[in-house]
Design a protein around this ligand. Sequence first.
Ligand SMILES: [Zn+2]
Ligand SMILES: [Zn+2]
Length: 262
Amino acid sequence: MAKNPWQQRIRRAEQLAVQHPFAAEILTFYIQVARFQQGLSQKLQGMSVGPSPFLSARPEFAELLAIFPDFLSLVEENAPAQFAQIAEAVRDTPSSSWSDLLNHCWSAHQPPEISDEFLAIVFLQPYAEFVRSRAPLQLDGYTHSLCPFCNRKPTLAVLRPLGDGGRRNLVCGFCLCEWEFRRIVCAGCGQEDQAKLPVYTAEQFPHMRVECCDACHTYIKSVDFTKNGLADPLVDELASVPLDLWAQEHGYAKLHPNLLGL
Ligand SMILES: [Zn+2]
Ligand SMILES: [Zn+2]
């Protein structure tokens, strides 16, 4: 039996890698990343969280910096070539610049480029989740489309069973905060006209939806738990790459890339 969120994500990624050969490479890499993240999360569990908004002023920062080289090695050895080359380039920079990189990515709210920033975000993700899980967040009455903890745009949406239908929540791909958001509103521009908010589905992924906006030309994928209770938001979003390709070919830009930059 899966015991913690990482083990559940790893198990789901293993299943989907078999079902969807086109996503096998990215999911196999994700499994390596998730194992590393699980280790980092376990290290963090015993620590108390420092109050500073600056990453470098937090007591956990030294611990994070100390294991960053291990993460770079993991990416160099297991990632698709594009990411492995970035990790190699980061390793060749002085370690003092790693501290600047991690600090910058912790406080930047713009989606990371496919670059060293993107690697830093993947590395920091379990830490963001850890800090957020200990933060006194008040979500009642929160109606905005940006993450209430880290102010980033949502990476995906989920439909959770509610009555005869589903309630839509947005999910931050960095700190994994999940918050309720009105179902017929674009999370990118606030458009409410249903005629401008087409939703597409594909037979291949019966529980995935591509929610588009014809006003700002963005899209977000949603995982429909009313159709498949076994799905994992992060992993199923990653595995449904063909939906991203389809949306992008049709002129929609993703609201915020996922953890692997897709
Ligand atoms: Zn967040
Ligand atoms: Zn929009």
